[in-house]
Design a protein around this ligand. Structure first.
Ligand code: 26V
Length: 823
C-alpha cells in the first residue's frame, strides 16, 4: 500500500521523458513528434500530476489509518496562481524535468508560461489561504482546504485609454491538469422550501424536517498540494455545482421537457463566478447561495468521513478542527447544528457543545463596510431551517449575557446577532462566528489589538480568552525560492545550507554579511538580474527601455482609498513638477525613478476606477516629456496577478505600504518584498509594525501618524491646515495638467473640503520627507545594499510556516503526521 520510499514512478530524465511523451500521445492525443509549448506544458503537467497522485493516495491512506485530529481550512477564496513550478520545486525535480524538456526541444521558461493562473480569489485573503496550504503540507499537518471551483476566476483587467475594463477569466478552457474530478464524491445541497415540525417519541422531542424547494448536487474536485520535500500531499477540495438527477420529477411530466432541462442547468450558475468585490458588502442572493453551497457540501463531507470511523459523535471535537477564513463560511455553524440535530438526532446541548469546540474564526478587516450582514428575510427564504437555528443561538446567547454577565438594555441589543436596521432585520455574521467559535484571531499584532478595542469590544469584555493574534506569513517557497532563483542561490551559498527553505529564521545569518563589500556586490548583481526581468516586462507592455540605474518603486495591491494609491500619485505629480522647474544643471542631481503601480478596482468602485485613470493620465504626460526623460517614468501594469507578482516583487528596489494607520489589517506583499530585499516605505500599520521590529526601523522609510492619533485627526479634519504641497499637486490635476480634469473632480472632492477620511493631506508632508530619505540613501549604494540585505535577513518571522505552526499549536491542536511506510 505505501509506496512512499519506493515510488513506482521514477524521476530520472529518461523516465520523465517517457512519461511526457506518453501523455502527449495518450492524454492529449497529439502526435508524439510534433507538439507546441502549450502541449508540452499539458503533457509535462500530466506527468507531474501522476507523481502528485501517488503521494496524495499514500498520504490520504496514511491519515485514514492513523485517524489523527484533522484541520479543515474553509475559504471562499484560494488564489493559487500557477502550479507547475511549485510542484516541480516541492517534489525536488526541477533539474530532471528541465533536462527532460530541453532534450525534447522545449525550454522550461516557455513551457511554464503556457499555464494560466488559477485566480480563485480577490487579493490578500485568498492568497493567504494558498500560502497556508503550502505550509500545512510542508509541516506534514493532517489538513485539507475546502472551497469553490469557480468557472470564472478574478476578472482580467484590460486598461484601454486609461480606463479599466473587466473581461471574463474562463480559466478552464483547455482543461485544468492539476485537478482530479471525483464524480462519485457528491452531496445534495438544498435551498428554499419550508420547515415542518413533528412531535416525536415519548420525550415529546420536536423533530424538524426541511422540505427544500430546490436541490443541486455538489461534485468534488481534488487539487493535490505537495509539501516541500516532505512525503505529505495535502488536498484542496473544491466543489462544483451540477444539476441533481432525481429531484423534481414532476417538472419533467408537465410536458415541457426542454424547459425542464434548461431549468436544471441553472444549478450550475451557483459556482460560475467569483465575486470580485472585496470592499463593500452587498447582500446578493447568489453570493449567499455560494456560501451555503460551499459549507453544506464541506460539512457533509467532513461528517461522512468522521462517521466512517466512529460510531457516535463523542470524539468529533477530538478529530475535527475547522477554521473560518473570515465570515464568508460562517453558515457552516448553523449547518453543522442542523446536521447534528435534524439528521443525527442529537440534542441542542450536545450539538452546541460539539459545534463550539470545532470552529475558530479569523477576522481580516475592521472596515465596517466590508462586514457581512445578511437580511433575515433573505436567509429565511433561502435557508429557513438555518434561520431558526440562528434565532435559537441568539436567544440562548442573550439569555447567557443577562444571567451570567448581568448585561441588559442597549448593551444587550448591541451584542445581539440579529440587529434591526433601517433596511430591516440583519444577521451580523461576525457576531455569529464569534459566539460559536472557541477562538477568534486577527492577522497582525496591531490588528488583533484593534479588533478587541473596536468592532469586538463588548465580546472581549466577556470572553477575553477567546481572542488571539496570528500574524500572517507567506510561503518562502513560492515567494523567494521559486520566483527569485538567483537570490535563493546566493542565500544558500552564503549560509552554506538550503535549510532556510523550511526554516526561514536562518535568514538572520545574512546579517553578518550586510556590510561585506564582496557580498554586497553579489547582492547587487542578483538584484540587477531581477530588475532586468521586470524591465523586460515593462518593455513588452510599453515599448520603453527603462533606466536600470533608477529606483524601481512599486505599489501593487487592490485599488482602495485606504491603501492610498492616490497619495502615491500625488507625490509623483510633485516630483514631476519639481523636475520641470529645475535647470539642466540641477537635474543632474535628481535620483531617477521608475514608478510602477498595479492593481484591480472592484467593478462597481467608482473612485478606485478613477484612480486608475489618473495614474494612466499622469503616466502619459510624464513619460512623453522629453525634459523629464529618464529621471521619472510612471507605469500602470494591467492585470496584476500572482504570476506578475512573481516578476515584479523580486525586481523592485522600493515598495509602498502606505495605508492610513489602523486600516490595513496586515498586508502580506510587504513580507514578500522584504524577503526579496526591497525596502519598505510605509506607515505604522498592520504587519509593517512587526516588520519594523524585525528588520529595524532604520532600515525602512517609516512615516505618518500612528493609529491611535487617527480618530482624533478625523474629528478635526475640517479645521486642519492643508499642506501647501498637497494643495499644489491637487491643483495641478484640477487645472487639467494631465487632461480629463472634470473626471477627477470626485477624487479631488474625496480628499479636500474637510472630507479626506483616509488623511492623505495630513500624512503628505511626512510622506514627502520619507521619499527624500529614499533618494538620499539611494545615492550611497553601500548604505542601500546594507539595508536591502538586512530586509531579507529580518524577514524570517514572516514565513507562513511560523504562522501555521502557531495556528496548529494554539488553536487547532493538531500534530504533524509525516506518512511513513509500515514496519
Ligand atoms: C471582503 C468581502 C466583502 C463583501 C463580499 C465579498 C468579499 C470578499 C473578500 C473580502 C475580503 C476583505 C478582507 C481582506 O481581504 N482582508 C485582507 O486580508 C489580508 C490577509 O489577512 C490582509 O493581509 C489584508 O491587510 C486585508 O486587507
Amino acid at each position: 500500500l505505501y509506496s512512499l520510499l519506493d515510488s513506482y514512478l521514477k524521476n530520472d530524465v529518461v523516465s520523465i521523458q517517457e512519461s511526457i511523451v506518453h501523455h502527449v500521445e495518450f492524454t492529449l492525443a497529439r502526435s508524439r513528434y510534433k507538439f507546441d509549448n502549450r502541449e508540452a506544458y499539458f503533457a509535462a503537467a500530466h506527468s507531474l500530476r501522476d507523481r502528485l497522485i501517488e503521494r496524495w493516495n499514500d498520504t490520504q491512506a496514511w491519515l485514514k489509518y492513523k485517524d489523527p485530529k484533522r484541520v479543515y481550512y474553509l475559504s471562499m477564496e484560494f488564489l493559487m496562481g500557477r502550479t507547475f513550478l511549485n510542484a516541480l520545486h516541492n517534489l525536488g525535480v526541477i533539474a530532471p524535468y528541465q533536462e527532460a524538456l530541453s532534450g525534447l526541444g522545449y525550454e522550461m521558461e516557455n513551457v511554464q508560461q503556457a499555464e494560466r493562473d488559477a485566480a480563485l480569489g480577490n487579493g490578500g485573503l485568498g492568497r493567504l489561504a494558498s500560502c497556508f496550504l503550502d505550509s500545512m503540507a510542508t509541516l506534514n499537518l493532517p489538513a485539507w482546504g475546502y472551497g469553490i471551483r469557480y468557472e470564472y476566476g478574478m476578472f482580467r483587467q484590460v486598461v484601454s485609454e486609461g480606463f479599466q475594463k473587466e473581461q471574463p477569466d474562463y480559466w478552464l478552457t483547455f482543461g485544468y491538469p492539476w485537478e482530479i474530478e471525483r464524480p462519485h464524491v457528491t452531496y445534495p445541497v438544498k435551498f428554499y422550501g419550508h420547515v415542518s415540525v413533528h412531535e416525536e417519541g415519548s420525550d415529546g422531542r420536536q423533530n424538524f424536517v426541511w422540505n427544500a424547494g430546490e436541490e443541486v448536487t455538489a461534485v468534488a474536485y481534488d487539487n493535490p498540494i505537495p509539501g516541500f520535500k516532505t512525503p505529505t500531499c495535502a488536498n484542496l477540495r473544491l466543489w462544483a455545482a451540477k444539476p441533481c438527477q432525481e429531484f423534481d420529477l414532476e417538472a419533467f411530466n408537465t410536458g415541457d421537457y426542454v424547459s425542464s432541462i434548461i431549468d436544471k442547468q441553472k444549478a450550475e450558475t451557483i459556482t460560475s463566478v467569483l465575486y470580485p468585490d472585496d470592499k463593500t458588502f452587498e447582500g446578493k442572493e447568489l453570493r449567499l447561495k455560494q456560501q451555503h453551497f460551499m459549507v453544506s457540501a464541506t460539512l457533509q463531507d467532513i461528517v461522512r468521513r468522521y462517521k466512517e470511523q466512529h460510531k457516535d459523535f463523542d470524539a468529533f471535537p477530538e478529530k475535527v478542527a475547522m477554521q473560518l477564513n473570515d465570515t464568508h463560511p460562517t453558515l457552516g455553524i448553523p449547518e453543522l447544528m442542523r446536521i447534528l440535530m435534524d439528521e443525527n438526532r442529537l440534542g441542542w446541548t450536545q450539538s452546541w457543545d460539539i459545534t463550539t469546540k470545532v470552529f475558530s474564526f479569523t477576522n481580516h478587516t475592521v472596515l465596517p463596510e466590508a462586514l457581512e450582514q445578511w437580511p433575515v428575510s433573505l436567509v429565511e427564504k433561502l435557508l429557513p431551517r438555518h434561520m431558526q437555528i440562528i434565532y435559537d443561538i441568539n436567544w440562548r446567547f442573550l439569555q447567557e449575557l443577562q444571567q451570567n454577565h448581568g448585561i441588559s438594555g442597549d448593551k444587550l441589543g448591541n451584542m445581539s446577532i440579529i440587529v434591526d436596521t433601517e433596511y430591516g432585520k440583519m444577521v451580523r455574521m461576525a457576531y455569529l462566528a464569534l459566539v460559536a467559535s472557541h477562538t477568534v484571531n486577527g492577522v497582525a499584532a496591531m490588528h488583533s489589538k484593534l479588533i478587541k478595542e473596536t468592532i469586538f469590544k463588548d465580546f472581549n469584555a466577556i470572553w477575553p480568552e477567546k481572542f488571539q493574534n496570528k500574524t500572517n506569513g507567506v510561503t518562502q517557497r513560492r515567494w523567494l525560492a521559486q520566483c527569485n532563483p538567483p537570490l535563493a542561490k546566493l542565500i544558500t551559498d552564503t549560509l552554506g545550507t538550503e535549510a532556510w527553505v523550511t526554516h526561514l529564521d536562518l535568514l538572520q545569518g545574512l546579517r553578518e554579511h550586510a556590510e561585506d563589500e564582496e557580498f554586497q556586490q553579489k547582492w547587487a548583481g542578483v538584484k540587477k538580474e531581477a530588475k532586468v526581468k521586470l524591465a523586460n516586462m515593462i518593455k513588452d507592455l510599453s515599448g520603453d527601455e527603462v533606466n536600470m540605474e533608477a529606483i524601481f518603486d512599486v505599489q501593487v495591491k487592490r485599488i482602495h482609498e485606504y491603501k492610498r494609491q492616490f497619495m502615491n500619485i500625488l507625490s509623483v505629480v510633485l516630483r514631476y513638477d519639481r523636475i520641470k522647474s529645475m535647470s539642466p544643471e540641477e537635474r543632474k542631481d535628481v535620483v531617477p525613478r521608475v514608478v510602477i503601480i498595479g492593481g484591480k478596482a472592484a467593478p462597481g468602485y467608482d473612485l478606485a476606477k478613477r484612480i486608475i485613470k489618473l495614474i494612466s493620465a499622469v503616466s502619459e504626460t510624464v513619460n512623453k516629456d522629453s525634459e523629464v526623460g529618464d529621471l521619472l517614468k510612471v507605469y500602470f501594469v494591467p492585470d496584476y496577478n500572482v504570476s506578475l507578482a512573481e516578476v515584479i516583487i523580486p525586481g523592485s528596489d522600493l515598495n509602498q505600504q502606505i495605508s492610513t494607520a489602523g486600516t490595513e489589517a496586515s498586508g502580506t506583499s510587504n513580507m514578500k518584498f522584504a524577503m526579496n530585499g526591497s525596502l519598505i516605505i510605509g506607515t505604522m500599520d498592520g504587519a509593517n509594525v512587526e516588520i519594523a521590529e524585525e528588520i529595524g526601523e532604520e532600515n525602512m522609510f517609516i512615516f505618518g501618524v500612528d493609529a491611535k492619533e487617527v480618530p482624533e485627526l478625523r474629528e478635526q479634519r475640517e479645521y486642519l491646515q492643508v499642506d501647501p504641497q498637497f494643495q499644489h499637486a491637487v491643483n495641478m490635476i484640477k487645472n487639467g495638467h494631465f487632461g480629463w480634469n472634470d473626471y477627477f473632480n470626485p477624487l479631488i472632492d474625496s480628499v479636500t473640503g474637510g472630507r479626506d477620511w483616509y488623511l492623505l493631506a495630513n500624512d503628505f508632508n511626512s510622506y514627502l520627507q520619507a521619499q527624500e530619505r529614499v533618494d538620499s540613501e539611494w545615492r550611497d549604494k553601500k548604505v542601500w545594499l546594507k539595508k536591502s540585505i538586512l530586509s531579507t535577513a529580518g524577514s524570517g518571522k514572516f514565513s507562513s510556516d511560523r504562522t501555521i505552526h502557531e495556528y496548529a499549536e494554539d488553536i487547532w491542536k493538531v500534530e504533524p503526521q509525516p506518512p511513513s511506510p509500515p514496519e
